[in-house]
Structure formats: structure tokens, C-alpha cells
Design a protein around this ligand. Structure first.
Ligand SMILES: Cc1cc2nc3c(=O)[nH]c(=O)nc-3n(C[C@H](O)[C@H](O)[C@H](O)COP(=O)(O)OP(=O)(O)OC[C@H]3O[C@@H](n4cnc5c(N)ncnc54)[C@H](O)[C@@H]3O)c2cc1C
Length: 444
């Protein structure tokens, strides 16, 4: 590729926080709240103007991975801590419904618009400094430590010089630019992304009676009639706002059927366009084929496509599919979930592998500790995991819990020479549990 020379220059230091959290998604929000609550001077930055990441920018219908099924009839929580604070605030804004079951799948429906305000409120309450519309664009590393994160925003380019960094960018931008190892999907083929949207004018009562197999049958009829639908095995969430339904139905593939690589700028751009095309297609099909949706209209789309998987950063430990299938509970676990393997690969259906009722697995602390760096953690969908394991671990519920653990771990490391490996894991676990986080949930 042709290059030009960029001259070296001095840039102003914007801030020197104890803890810098990059990315304000499910993981980053909680990491920042946990670090600030533990007394660390904490700065959270995000490239967009709203916190919540996938939850508010792509938009989802429900939080998943927060509960497990017990004896096929009861639900038990697998995520507590700061997530309960978030739930409480959403309930006060009428932005949350009771958990709903769709077969073996449980989601807690929330209103993505209400969550935008709740995220601001929660970050303020915990004393986090937030700088929006600010991207981390480069990293300076010295002797295995992140010395500075370079940022760009409307003010130009400047530097943040933190003691510890938590990379919650979803794509592992900071860790990758620092030179950490990473994997991209299954030998380069990631899971498919989706453009998310909400329909208004839906008869929620009739829509709520449709099971996933019933919806699939209706969409297969549309396919038989000539509609080219990339996905027919889908789910939707009834929204807390009357008449609204959130749909997770599109599937972003290249003309040859392969998934877009959503860490590639040109493919990400093309995926946005393809996503909007598919939203129009599904709106037409739902109006025509699905009872309760006859008068439905698209009322909003995510401002960006939903990205399930890009880089997974190499950590001291790697969460594997065997850990998930085997419901392993490592001694150093700092978060847990009962969410299944959920692989959005080729074909019109999603591959699900459910854990036995009443079961869960734990995420080891080592899968948040970036290999080769003293003061760098990751949390959220860019954790250290295999392609298959990440298909489970990326669920929003577990991202909240991982974020809380990473933020607290970052704050604790300040008392150990800013070295994240200096944090005694038992102390981190005790402190997490004291704050209500779950690492051994009661699913009896
Ligand atoms: C289509 C789809 C459907 C899903 N459905 C569900 C569901 O129903 N329920 C559920 O619980 N989970 C679901 N998930 C999974 C879940 O939503 C996500 O995996 C989870 O929210 C990811 O959270 P995160 O904090 O790790 O990352 P993200 O949500 O990706 O947040 C990363 C944040 O970092 C910011 N950022 C990125 N790069 C930079 C940078 N260089 N500088 C500054 N900021 C940056 C981004 O703007 C973003 O705000 C779904 C995911 C997708 C994509």
C-alpha cells in the first residue's frame, strides 16, 4: 500500500486517571462504575455519543445470560452486583420487564432508549468521568506497560496517561494496538453480525403467543414464496413500550455467503448498507406473514450494526468451549453464566448447545489479564476465549459481570504497583461477592 510520512509531534496530555476504561458498552460501563466505586479516579471514553455499546447503539430486546433455568420451571440469577443496580434504575423508568422464557432461552426485556439515560445516571452516581465522541486511536507501550493511550475527538489529538487500562472496546482496539496477541473468529471467519430494529404498531398480545418454531414456519413460507431471507430461525422481544417489538432477524453476509469481517473498515461500511436493506425486507415479510404485525412499521434501527465477534485478545488463560460444555468452575473465576453456546455461523439457523438445567460455568480471572502486559485488562466480548466459547461469553449479562470484575481488579491493582497480576484473586473474589456479584450462584 502507498504510504505518506506522518511527522512526529508533541500532543497535550488530556488526563492522568488511575483507571482508563475504553469503551462504554455493557462491560465498560460496569468496569468504570466498579473502579470508581472502589475509590479509583476513573475516566471512561467512548467513540459514540451514548453509553451502552451494543445494548443502545445496535440495540437489543433483552439481556441474556443473567438467569439460568432450574428444574425446567424456576429461574435463578447468575449475575448480580452492579447489574442489579442497573435493573433497579430501568424499573424506575418503566424500561424493564420480568424475564421471559422462549423454550430454553431467557431474556430480560429492556427498552434501549431508557437505557441511554440510565447509563448516564448510573455512571454519574458512581463518580465516573465520561468523555464521549472520543476514540482511542493509538497506544504507547514501555517495558510491558501501557504508558499512554492516544485519543482523537473534536479537540484533535491528545494523550491519556493512566496507571491501569481496561480495554472494553469490544474489538480489543487498545490491546491489539499495544501489540497483544489476538484471534479473529475461527481462523478468520467470525460469527455473522446483524442489523437490529424495532417495529411499532404491533399487537403485542398476539405476537407474544408466537413460539420460535411458529415464527420459523411462517418465515419459511415467505422463503417458499420467493423471499430471499438470510435467517428464518429467529426470535423477537416484546418491548416494555406498548406496541413495540424488537427484532434480531437479519444476518450480514457477503455476496459469496461468508460473514463480513466487521473489524475491516470497508466491510463494516458495506455491512451497514446491507443491514438496512435487510431491515426493509423483513419489515415487508413480517407485515405479510406474521399475525399481529399486519400494521407494523420500522420505528428505529441501531445506529450501528450489531457485531458479535471480532478480535479476542490473548490472555493468561483462554476460555474454551470445553469449559462451557463441561460447566467448569475454575478456582479463580470472577464471573459466571448459564448461557449456552450460540453460534451464528453459515446457514439459516443458529447453532445452540444448552447447559443442563441448574448449571453454569465460570470465567477465569486470567482470561481478562492480557498476556505480556502489566497494567492492561480486557472485559466483554473481546475477552480471551476461543471462537466457540465466545459465542456464549459475549452475552450481555456476562459482559456486565466481567466488566465489574475487571474494574474492581484494576482499582485493586493500584495497591500492588499498578500490576494487575499483583492482585490476590481471593481478595478480588471476596470483594466482588461483598458487593453482591455472583461467582457461586444458588441454583439449587
Ligand atoms: C446482533 C446481536 C444480538 C445480540 N443479542 C443479544 C441479546 O439478545 N441479549 C444479550 O444479552 N446479548 C446479546 N448480544 C451480545 C451482547 O449484546 C454483546 O456481546 C455485549 O453487549 C458486548 O458488550 P461489550 O461491552 O463487550 O462491547 P460493545 O457493546 O461492543 O461495546 C464496546 C464499546 O466500545 C466503544 N469503542 C469501540 N472501539 C473504541 C475505540 N477505539 N475508542 C473508544 N471507544 C470505542 C464502542 O463505541 C462501544 O460503545 C447480541 C450481540 C449482537 C451483535
Amino acid at each position: 500500500m502507498k504510504t505518506i510520512h506522518e511527522p512526529a509531534r508533541n500532543v497535550p496530555v488530556y488526563a492522568q486517571p488511575d483507571v482508563l476504561v475504553v469503551g462504554a458498552g455493557a462491560a465498560g460501563m460496569m468496569a468504570a462504575c466498579a473502579a470508581a466505586r472502589a475509590g479509583a479516579d476513573t475516566l471512561l471514553i467512548d467513540a459514540y455519543g451514548t453509553c451502552g455499546g451494543t445494548l443502545t447503539l445496535a440495540t437489543l430486546g433483552g439481556f441474556c445470560g443473567t438467569h439460568a433455568i432450574i428444574d425446567d420451571e424456576r429461574l435463578g440469577r447468575t449475575v448480580g452486583g452492579l447489574y442489579l443496580d442497573l435493573e433497579g434504575r430501568l424499573i424506575r423508568r418503566e424500561g424493564l420487564l420480568e424475564p421471559r422464557r422462549h423454550g430454553k432461552i431467557i431474556g430480560v426485556p429492556y427498552d434501549a432508549t431508557a437505557l441511554r439515560g440510565v447509563a448516564d445516571e448510573m455512571l454519574r452516581a458512581h463518580g465516573v468521568k465520561v468523555l464521549l465522541h472520543t476514540s482511542a486511536v493509538d497506544v504507547q507501550v514501555e517495558d510491558g506497560r501501557v504508558r499512554a493511550v492516544l485519543i482523537e475527538n473534536k479537540g484533535g489529538r491528545s494523550a491519556i496517561v493512566p496507571r491501569v487500562v481496561v480495554d472494553c472496546s469490544g474489538d480489543g482496539d487498545v490491546a491489539a494496538r499495544a501489540g497483544a496477541g489476538f484471534a479473529l473468529g475461527d481462523e478468520g471467519e467470525t460469527q455473522y453480525g446483524s442489523a437490529m430494529f424495532r417495529l411499532t404498531n404491533v399487537d403485542q398480545e398476539r405476537a407474544g403467543t408466537l413460539t420460535r418454531p411458529m415464527i420459523r414456519e411462517l418465515l419459511e413460507r415467505a422463503v417458499a414464496d420467493g423471499y430471499t431471507l438470510p435467517r428464518t430461525a429467529i426470535g423477537f422481544h416484546i418491548n416494555p413500550v406498548p406496541g413495540l417489538v424488537h427484532l434480531n432477524v437479519t444476518k450480514l453476509g457477503l455476496p459469496d455467503g461468508a460473514p463480513f469481517n466487521l473489524a475491516d473498515p470497508e466491510q463494516l461500511s458495506a455491512a451497514e448498507v446491507e443491514g438496512r436493506r435487510q431491515v426493509g425486507l423483513y419489515e415487508e415479510v413480517f407485515r405479510k406473514y406474521v399475525p399481529g404485525f399486519e400494521r407494523a412499521r420500522v420505528v428505529d434501527m441501531g445506529v450501528k450494526v450489531g457485531v458479535r465477534e471480532t478480535r479476542m485478545i490473548e490472555g493468561d488463560a483462554v476460555l474454551t468451549e470445553d469449559d462451557v460444555r463441561g460447566c467448569r468452575k475454575p478456582e479463580d473465576r470472577i464471573a459466571c453464566t448459564g448461557w449456552p453456546l450460540e453460534i451464528h455461523g453459515r446457514g439459516q439457523a443458529t447453532h445452540w448447545e444448552f447447559l443442563p438445567d441448574g448449571e453454569y460455568y465460570g470465567v477465569p480471572w486470567g482470561s481478562l489479564v492480557v498476556k505480556g502486559f502489566d497494567n492492561l485488562l480486557v472485559a466483554g466480548r473481546n475477552l480471551s476465549a476461543t471462537h466457540e466459547a465466545q459465542s456464549s461469553a459475549r452475552a450481555g449479562g456476562l459482559c456486565f459481570a466481567m466488566g465489574e470484575a475487571a474494574g474492581l481488579g484494576a482499582a485493586l491493582s493500584l495497591g500492588h504497583g499498578d500490576r494487575v497480576r499483583g492482585v490476590p484473586v481471593e481478595r478480588l473474589q471476596d470483594e466482588l461477592q461483598r458487593q453482591g456479584a455472583l461467582i457461586t450462584p444458588d441454583l439449587a
